[in-house]
Structures are given as C-alpha cells and as structure tokens.
Design a binder for this molecule. Sequence first.
Ligand SMILES: [Zn+2]
Length: 115
Amino acid sequence: MWVQNLTPNQQVPTCSWCGKDFASTGRGRPRKYCSQACRQRAYEQRNNVSGTTIPAEAVIMSPERASELKDSLFELRCAAEDIATAVKDGEDPHEISFLCREMVELARNIEKLRS
Ligand SMILES: [Zn+2]
C-alpha cells in the first residue's frame, strides 16, 4: 500500500521549547530541551509568568506569529483536501503518495510552534 512509503511515526524526542527533533543520548533522564538556549528561554518565561495565571509552559506568540500559524493551518487543510480529491478521482498512487509526503512536511513545520 502506498502509505508504507511514508516515514513511520517515530518516537523522536522533541524540544519542549522549540519543538525541534533532537537525538536522544539514550542514557539517563530524557532531556526536555534541544539546547542550552532553549532551556534558558523556557527558564526566562517561567520567571516572567510566575505570579500570574499564565501557565509556565504556555505557548505565547505575537499576533503576527498567530496569524502566520493560521495561514499555515489553512495551507495544511488545502493539502488534505487536495489529497481527498486526488483519491476520489482515482489519481496515480505515486502522485497521491507524493502529495501525502508534502503534507507531512507541512505539518512537521507547523509543529514547531515557537519557531
Ligand atoms: Zn529547542
């Protein structure tokens, strides 16, 4: 089946701050952040929101970034709709597989909420 061509859902650890994948050392306590910079930014936010009702791990973004994110989600929906149409029209499985890979790539970028 064509979906087998897609990268399987790997359990790659992702940074709690930037959402980037990072290589696990496989030893000791699993790390939360990909870098010292991300650890630092998370620490700063925890400090900034302490004493407020904003959760320490809240994803805080500018209105511009939120609007970008909405645009990306719209793009993602269009990609899903394109795939649905391609399937309905009996498109070539390789073409559908290509569209799926593109959509996965799109979604992967959207997952990085703080980038
Ligand atoms: Zn990070």
